[in-house]
Design a protein around this ligand. Structure first.
Ligand code: ZN
Ligand code: ZN
Length: 402
């Protein structure tokens, strides 16, 4: 056995000596031993040899990554629960999810809290009627939406690189309880968490997990509260760190989504057709070279989380009906840099773009008034986030649109 080393050839490209016992430490880390005849030869050949490391680590990543990540990391206990799924972009789920968070019995719960089935919604859907809220009910919607805005602003203020989406969930959950409110997403059709956190290529319904936010991410936080018998629903997309604000593509998709919602809200008044919002949204998205997601729509909201009317965000849709005073519904366009087509992760919730490109969303709960609209979830003067200008690119040119 002792002669094995003597028969090995030195890995130095310009060297045909037998190898000694000197091994490349980087290769050893990668699980292969590369022997050299001497330290001198190793140093001389370093610039060509190091290319081997890249090849080797790519090979290892391809061969081993799914198996390795499927098992909890020995140091952190973290793992990817869907190692064989072909993800459309770079984002991965980081499990385990935290324990289910509890809501004290003293806080009124919606009907689905226990088994996940929103039975009252199912019953209403069959009737195809849009509820008109009286003054007291409108006041109830105002209240829950104002509380929802407070909770979203608290969550948004916590966004920074290094904070996990699970931590955002904890903040949202606790802020809801402090407001005597049930976090509506919790166990709605078995959604496991109290808020949706949707990063980068996630269109909507992202499940908070152990993934830390990174400088350069964009993250949507979608908050809904149930308080006083009513739901209030809103979301915004935020930039994580300065890198995201300096990335022209991220800014283009986020600001376009923000503007699409603003443009659609301008149309809302009695008599406005539900099918019109999509025309305005898609026109604006196209002018910014963005697409509109078609699978998910805005919705009626009141004592039910989701009900009639259905509000598509894409052009030439066939939605029936028109706004009347006393109706409440959301508009919540999802805008993508690439294809409008979506795919769902095996968790049955997380919706991602089919090409892995970034997407952004904004949502308000709206009340139709006698002569227009009241944005029940409107921002306040102290709300975090808000529009930013397109970044100047490093060559000094302003990107794309004027
Ligand atoms: Zn929402
Ligand atoms: Zn909604």
């Amino acid at each position: 056995m002792a002669d094995a080393a003597a028969k090995r050839k030195c890995k130095g490209a310009d060297c045909d000596k037998d190898a000694g016992t000197m091994v490349c430490p980087k290769c050893r880390d990668l699980g292969v031993d590369s022997y050299f005849c001497s330290q001198d030869c190793f140093t001389r050949n370093w610039s060509t040899h190091k290319a081997v490391h890249k090849k080797q680590s790519n090979l290892l990543a391809n061969l081993l990554a799914p198996k390795v990540t499927a098992k909890p990391d020995p140091d952190t206990g973290l793992y990817n629960p869907f190692p064989t799924f072909s993800f459309t972009g770079p984002l991965r789920p980081v499990y385990p999810l935290s324990e289910r968070r509890e809501v004290p019995k003293s806080i009124p719960h919606p009907d689905y809290w226990k088994d996940g089935q929103p039975r009252s919604e199912q019953a209403w859907r069959a009737r195809h009627k849009i509820e008109i809220l009286d003054k007291d009910q409108q006041e109830g919607m105002r209240k829950v939406c104002r509380l929802g805005r407070e909770v979203l602003d608290i969550a948004a203020a916590a966004i920074k690189p290094g904070v996990t989406t699970d931590y955002i969930d904890k903040i949202v959950h606790e802020a809801c309880l402090e407001r005597n409110s049930y976090p509506s997403p919790l166990n709605y059709v078995n959604f496991p968490k109290s808020v949706c956190t949707s990063l980068n290529e996630v269109i909507c319904h992202g499940i908070p997990d152990q993934r830390p936010l990174e400088d350069g991410d964009i993250v949507n936080i979608d908050v809904t509260l149930y308080h006083g018998g009513f739901h209030g629903d809103l979301n915004e997309t935020y930039y994580v760190g300065d890198k995201a604000k300096a990335d022209p593509e991220s800014v283009r998709v986020v600001e376009t989504a923000r503007e699409c919602l603003d443009e659609a809200i301008k149309l809302v008044k009695p008599g406005a057709l539900f099918r019109e919002y999509g025309n305005v949204i898609e026109k604006h998205a196209k002018s910014k070279k963005c697409s509109v997601i078609r699978t998910y729509c805005g919705h009626g909201i009141n004592s039910l989380f989701h009900c009639e009317p259905n509000i598509p965000h894409y052009a030439k849709n066939k939605a029936v009906g028109a706004a009347k005073p006393g109706m409440c519904f959301t508009i919540e366009p999802m805008i993508a840099l690439g294809s409008y087509r979506d795919r769902t992760w095996p968790d049955d919730w997380t919706s991602v773009t089919i090409d892995g490109k970034r997407t952004a969303q904004f949502e308000h709960t709206l009340l139709v008034t006698e002569d227009g609209v009241e944005i029940l979830t409107a921002r306040t003067s102290t709300s975090p986030g808000g529009p930013i200008p397109m970044p100047i690119e490093s060559n000094g040119e302003v990107k794309a649109e004027a």
